[in-house]
Design a protein around this ligand. Sequence first.
Ligand SMILES: *Cc1c(COP(=O)(O)O)cnc(C)c1O
Length: 216
Amino acid sequence: MTVSPALTDVLDRIARAAKASGRTRADVTLVAVSKQQTWERVEPILAAGQAVFGENRVQEAMERWSERRSEIELRLIGPLQTNKAREAVAFFDVIETLDREKLAGVLAEEIQKQGKAPRLYVQVNTGEEEQKAGVIPSEADAFIAACRQTYGLNVEGLMCIPPAVEPPGPHFALLAKIAARNGVEKLSMGMSDDFETAIRFGATSVRVGSALFGAR
Ligand SMILES: *Cc1c(COP(=O)(O)O)cnc(C)c1O
């Protein structure tokens, strides 16, 4: 295994942030967001032992990872169209962007058909931004209940992307609160600029792209 200074640095920062909130590095999964990066940038991180990657497009992920699929855990972190649900269920270990009933229904069908279930996260649009995917906070409880009861889906976690122009802390706190009152265990929150803050608010996984691979 080779050493990647960028990976070592991010893992050290995760470890320090986890420790500061009474946890350890093992409590926080680093999801390396390889979307739109060249293979020349991704390869060294893979070679250094990173085994969990995030992609935001089904097609791009399949092109990049098909040949190495068995070596890594792969997470879909971008919006999922229902017409891509079949491929997404077949290809990803985790889908972090479940955000509407139509998609819940199609995913449930595909999981039945394929006899294989990716772990699922509900995306919450904590900032209630027009252009952003995710269920709004006031509808999150009902949506999580529908996923479980109507569609028989196991909701492993919640995911959010706070508004770029606001301090992220209150958004992370809100996501943690929604998870707690719904008995949801995992929290995917925090990116390159704010993952240490997210860990302080209880993130169990952080999605880091540019701090690992460079600017896109
Ligand atoms: C691109 C992306 C990231 C990574 O962003 P960086 O700022 O490069 O760390 C994380 N989460 C989602 C949903 C993304 O689309």
